[in-house]
Design a binder for this molecule. Structure first.
Ligand code: N01
Length: 533
């Protein structure tokens, strides 16, 4: 494209955030240009095609609520939807709402510059596109910039290697192969049981053991689907009124674990363990806030691991030492059981890190392990990685990279001072990754769409977060994070998985319902904390 194109809005990314943003803006009659690196919609579900990938939030909750027609016609097959089904759903949404025409695929946005003479953004891509837009909306995802640690010698490896977050579309045949998996986060914990079934031999390299709760996945009963669909409006409203945006219909207990006797504790933990998934954390009200309360729940899980894993040494190695839920809780199908297989081995790389990759495999503790395939399940440069991969410059040429040098600074995770008319969907400073992402995405998109409509109706050209409001929000977000147990371990929430990244707890931990109410109040009072001119 050689000609400069002019539109009302550029939307970067065509995952669930980008797609719904497109839908809302097009519906309001704006001209929109979307850009997407992949060759199709789906975002995270487009890239993360590793074996066993599925969503940890239940399918009847992890779906759009903006269209009743959509939520009534779509039929989920399992309690936790597998990645291919979520991708098919994304594709269905794009077709149903005719979103593809405005998205340019196979195109990466390289630069976004605010042109102060025009009060507009100039956005350029790796395909030579140049677009001038009033609004620039980053729907780039919280977990989309993959983290591949800098291992010496990777280029020399003679086998094949993959990152879970950039999985080949054709799939990978592990049959009879000697396979290594590096990492034991959610992606590894989902893929390890499936890879182990195919591989000749699987070696798992673990640096930090992780807590995982069984998913108890299975097909959804038609009666259950009918019951949810018959009450969807109410279920969605109740979910929207929770801290996490899902699961309102399952019982949660606000009582302290210390108010329960031994039998009651055991009963609650067994009940939530049997129910499966994230609900385990709601067995008692103080598991996320009090170290001693947390330790009681953590010991229950460690005991479960010892009960599942036959070899005592392996069980001990798989038992996490950190606070339960401090790193993002994992949800699994047969993860710990996999270590009872004869073809699976666990290697601890905590004390003896991976030294280097060789043509034959990798070296740790002075010993070379040989492989045909290495899978890096080493996570993401979360929340800021993809935003900062675009050269974004606001007023006075201010670079976003420089402004966020000591950690991301936003007002509500929606805007950052110095960057007028730039919006981030589920940005740092919003609840995003601590919630059902689709619920958070819809809330942000609705807020941005309403704001843009307000500006157009009131002849406002520019909106920009006030510095003071932003500073207060950053302080408030930090205070809330520091009041929890999250800072007690190293996690991607804190940027601690990326060497040199500032240690800042990035998401807003005050709860989705509190946050969305604040956003609503701000919109209702003429966008207090934002400068509109
Ligand atoms: O990444 P992670 P992930 N040597 O960062 C290890 C979401 N998600 O892709 O803990 C050895 O959690 C690292 O070790 P350590 C979900 O929010 C959702 O698994 O840093 N090991 C860790 O074990 C999740 O939290 C779903 O010590 C190294 C692992 O790699 C987020 O995505 C499914 C290493 C990385 O774990 C990220 O999950 C999957 C090294 N040099 C993911 N460097 C669903 O909802 C890193 N590691 C289904």
């Amino acid at each position: 494209m050689s000609k400069v194109q002019e539109v009302d809005a550029v939307v970067v990314g065509a995952g669930f955030a980008g797609m719904y943003m497109q839908y809302r803006l097009l519906d309001e009659g704006l001209s929109v240009q979307g850009f997407e690196t992949g060759d199709n919609v789906g975002g995270t579900w487009y890239w993360n095609r590793y074996p066993g990938a599925r969503c940890d939030v239940e399918s009847m909750d992890y779906s759009y609520q903006f269209s009743d027609d959509l939520q009534q016609e779509w039929e989920w097959s399992e309690r936790y939807a597998p990645q291919p089904e979520i991708l098919t759903y994304a594709s269905h949404v794009a077709d149903k709402f005719k979103l593809r025409d405005n998205i340019k695929f196979n195109t990466r946005v390289k630069q976004a510059l605010f042109d102060e003479t025009l009060n507009k953004w100039r956005v350029t891509t790796d395909q030579g596109d140049e677009v001038i837009a009033t609004y620039c909306i980053m729907a780039t995802g919280c977990l989309s910039s993959t983290n591949l640690p800098k291992f010496d010698g990777l280029d020399s490896f003679e086998g094949d290697w993959y990152h879970t977050g950039l999985w080949p579309h054709a799939g990978v045949d592990f049959t009879g192969k000697r396979v290594a998996v590096v990492g034991t986060g959610s992606s590894a914990i989902q893929s390890i049981p499936v890879i182990a079934e195919q591989a000749g031999h699987l070696t798992v390299f673990q640096r930090t053991a992780n807590f995982s709760i069984p998913a108890h996945n299975g097909p959804l009963a038609p009666e259950y689907i009918a019951q949810v669909k018959g009450n969807y409006a109410q279920i969605r409203a109740e979910n929207n009124d929770t801290a996490v945006g899902f699961g309102a219909r399952w019982a949660s207990n606000d009582d302290s674990v210390f108010d329960a006797d031994e039998d009651e504790r055991k009963r609650m933990f067994e009940e939530t363990w049997a129910r499966g998934g994230f609900q385990f954390m709601s067995a008692f009200g103080d598991l996320g806030l009090n170290t001693d309360a947390n330790e009681i729940a953590a010991n229950f899980v460690r005991e479960k691991i010892r009960g599942i894993v036959k070899d005592a040494k392996t069980a001990e190695l798989l038992s996490p030492k950190q606070v339960l839920g401090c790193k993002r809780l994992c949800v699994d199908t047969g993860y710990f059981e996999t270590f009872n297989r004869d073809n699976v081995e666990l290697v601890n790389v905590k004390d003896h890190p991976i030294e280097r990759i060789t043509p034959k495999g990798l070296v740790t503790n002075g010993e070379e392990h040989s492989f045909d395939i290495i899978v890096f399940a080493t996570g993401f440069d979360a929340m800021t990685g993809s935003l900062l991969s675009i050269d974004t410059r606001g007023r006075d040429g201010l670079k976003l990279k420089d402004k966020w040098e000591a950690g991301p600074r936003t007002f509500l995770g929606l805007q950052t001072h110095g960057f007028p008319n730039l919006f981030t969907i589920s940005g740092p400073g919003s609840p995003s990754v601590l919630t059902n992402m689709i619920v958070s995405i819809e809330q942000h998109v609705n807020w941005i769409a309403r704001c843009i409509l307000y500006m157009r109706m009131n002849s406002k050209q520019v909106i920009e977060a006030d510095l003071e409001a932003e500073n207060e929000w950053v302080e408030h977000t930090n205070d809330l994070g520091n009041g929890t147990l999250y800072p007690s371990c190293n996690s991607w929430y804190l940027g601690a998985n990326i060497p040199g990244k500032p240690r800042v707890f990035m998401p807003y931990v005050g709860g989705f319902q509190v946050y969305s109410q604040k956003c609503e109040e701000i919109a209702n009072t003429g966008y207090r904390g934002f400068d509109m001119r």
